[in-house]
Ligand binder design. Sequence first.
Ligand SMILES: *[C@@H]1O[C@H](CO)[C@@H](O)[C@H](O)[C@H]1NC(C)=O
Ligand SMILES: *[C@@H]1O[C@H](CO)[C@@H](O)[C@H](O)[C@H]1NC(C)=O
Ligand SMILES: *[C@@H]1O[C@H](CO)[C@@H](O)[C@H](O)[C@H]1NC(C)=O
Ligand SMILES: *[C@@H]1O[C@H](CO)[C@@H](O)[C@H](O)[C@H]1NC(C)=O
Ligand SMILES: *[C@@H]1O[C@H](CO)[C@@H](O)[C@H](O)[C@H]1NC(C)=O
Ligand SMILES: *[C@@H]1O[C@H](CO)[C@@H](O)[C@H](O)[C@H]1NC(C)=O
Length: 689
Amino acid sequence: MSLSNTVVFLTRFLSTIIIILCITARDSLELHLPSSNGTSASPPVSSPLQLLIHDQYVLIDNGIVGLNISKPEGSINGISYNGVDNLLEVLNPEFNRGYWDLVWIGNGSIGKKGSLDRLEGTDFKVMLENEEQIEVSFSRTWNFSLEGKLVPLNVDKRFIVLRGSSGFYSYGIYEHVKGWPAFNLTNTRIAFKPRKDMFHYMAIADNRQRYMPLPDDREPDRGQELAYPEAVLLVNPIEPEFKGEVDDKYEYSVENKDNRVHGWISSDPPIGFWQITPGDEFRSGGPLKQCLTSHVGPTNLAIFHSTHYSGEDLIMKFGSDEEWKKVYGPIFMYMNSFSNGGDDPLQELWEDAKNQMKVEVQSWPYDFLESNEFPARDQRGNISGRLLVHDRYVSKEHMPADGAFVGLAAPGDVGSWQREAKGYQFWARADKHGYFSINNTRVGNYNLYAWVPGFIGDYQYDVPVTITAGVEMDVGCLVYEPSRDGPTLWEIGIPDRTAAEFFVPDPNPKYINKLYVNHTDKFRQYGLWERYTDLYPETDLVYTNGLNDYKKDWFFAQVTRKVDNNTYQDTTWQIRFSLDAVEDSESYKLRIALATAHVSELQVRINDPKANPPDFSSGVIGKDNTIARHGIHGLYWLFNIDVPGSKLVEGNNTIFLTRTNSTSPFQGIMYDYIRLEGPPDLNKNLGLQ
Ligand SMILES: *[C@@H]1O[C@H](CO)[C@@H](O)[C@H](O)[C@H]1NC(C)=O
Ligand SMILES: *[C@@H]1O[C@H](CO)[C@@H](O)[C@H](O)[C@H]1NC(C)=O
Ligand SMILES: *[C@@H]1O[C@H](CO)[C@@H](O)[C@H](O)[C@H]1NC(C)=O
Ligand SMILES: *[C@@H]1O[C@H](CO)[C@@H](O)[C@H](O)[C@H]1NC(C)=O
Ligand SMILES: *[C@@H]1O[C@H](CO)[C@@H](O)[C@H](O)[C@H]1NC(C)=O
Ligand SMILES: *[C@@H]1O[C@H](CO)[C@@H](O)[C@H](O)[C@H]1NC(C)=O
């Protein structure tokens, strides 16, 4: 592995030099060669901090990293590191290299999708300058003369450089004041554009990293737009090895819970550019919410809030009477460099970035921020307890909620955390005995929510939780009773909120991303929705209990069938099963958990494919656009459907699952799990109580 990687690296190294030479000749950029002893492994910790304030920009330097930030706007013009005077894209205008932004809708915003606001500061302030730390602020205060022009928020963007630190921190404080205009906020983030002549290798996880195409490869002369603009087939890329691959930023999305470190590596000089998010209390939608990370550009994003994989439900809607304040971040932008000696610079830089992530996690919540809005550890509270599951059809005894996700989020209904975005959320996982502790939560009022892999539905502790500074709250033993009326007659899938266990087809060989060939995340390939029509050109999926295996025979998404270029058909899947005995007068229960829904109505019919109305309809639900974004889940839905015994027969039965409302290839649902329960009084026969 190391030998072949070294060869790849050297090949890259040479081609990078060629690209750099071309660019240098063309644009006469100055590029420093790596200094022979420059490594981040042994930073010159004694270097003093420097802050130089010019008319239009501010320079902060700690001897390792130098920041050039526009004043008073607060966008990052440059990051110097390890002999390179700017790691950011010097070909871009200065405002388009490293910046905060948001998208808002309201009075004065433009277009259906809203207006982009770069949150340019109007006021610069030094918050702290001493031997250990420099913190600067670029803020903008809203007033009614700005109504209809700028998002009605006060925004304060901060940057921090510490002595001896190989990077910098950034966080922002947003505030909506009562009486200001109502507006909707759909997206906010920090975006970085590292330079494309250097950063070619991208890493977002141990098994999700690769050399990436150049942004030029997506241009019309080199790339061909596929079903939507983000997905491009590389027909004539600069690097011929990428020819025939699909590039789409959504193939690199990550769930919040796993989104801790991602970034880019330059081969020459060997430098890593990383974003580290040691705590994510400020992210929207809970641990399963998926967001963009890094993608072709090169681009590196800290997404604080987006509607991706959730849709309209996650738009933050502010009324004019609403008082709101939230701190986004801090995140840490980390730079590392490769010291001669190892034979796999890419892996060494990635491993070092992961180690630095662990270091940052250890010191979370940071205690050095110069703001009362970000409470330090001693102003926060801890909550702990134990979660058990009681499902008497699985076990007479209470079972530990092994690996449960347990979280505090804004007060709301059961499961509301997945649509919650204005507050802070704090999540932890229970150990195998069900014990959990959620530490360093902010002071405030919450509900405690949970869900347990292997069980359907959502838990909510019925006592509201109030966290005060320094509190060590022990909620004791909590018991989750997932919905259950009778014994399992049959089940399909695993209740874990994803469709990953089902059959995920190979992609069309014309549209592959080599990273995901023979990969656990096969579902991230482009165009899998079209494979349904390829596999089921005329008739739909039929699944016979006892005969079929959901891993091989249950297509991961119930999508539309394409009949010609612009026409799509509803699809009806069948579950066939045999019952030895039926209790006519009893009620059976069908539980259908969905892992996503996009503009779909699910109709259920028992034994009569023409029943009108259907025995159950979900109505048209969902707009999370997960199918087009190669997710394996979006928002979670659970439907509990009564099935009168009189609808069932002894012998063979069929449940018809029809998905209607078919005008596009991206509409569909993914099942998480389906279960048919017998009537409660069958217990006796099963010897249960
Ligand atoms: C925010 O979005 C909701 C629906 O998603 C809409 O009803 C409301 O008018 C929007 N508010 C503003 C200020 O545009
Ligand atoms: C939370 O803090 C307690 C001490 O208050 C500690 O025992 C526990 O291990 C911590 N939990 C986590 C997940 O770090
Ligand atoms: C897929 O991965 C497995 C295990 O890593 C390996 O044995 C197999 O050869 C790979 N197949 C292909 C087609 O690359
Ligand atoms: C569908 O599109 C293809 C390629 O764009 C074209 O060749 C074909 O004639 C179209 N078919 C119909 C029924 O419109
Ligand atoms: C019931 O279904 C099974 C499996 O699909 C089939 O072999 C059998 O013939 C069916 N029985 C009847 C009575 O239709
Ligand atoms: C799909 O659902 C939407 C929302 O209910 C509705 O407006 C539209 O007419 C439906 N389209 C079809 C083809 O059923």
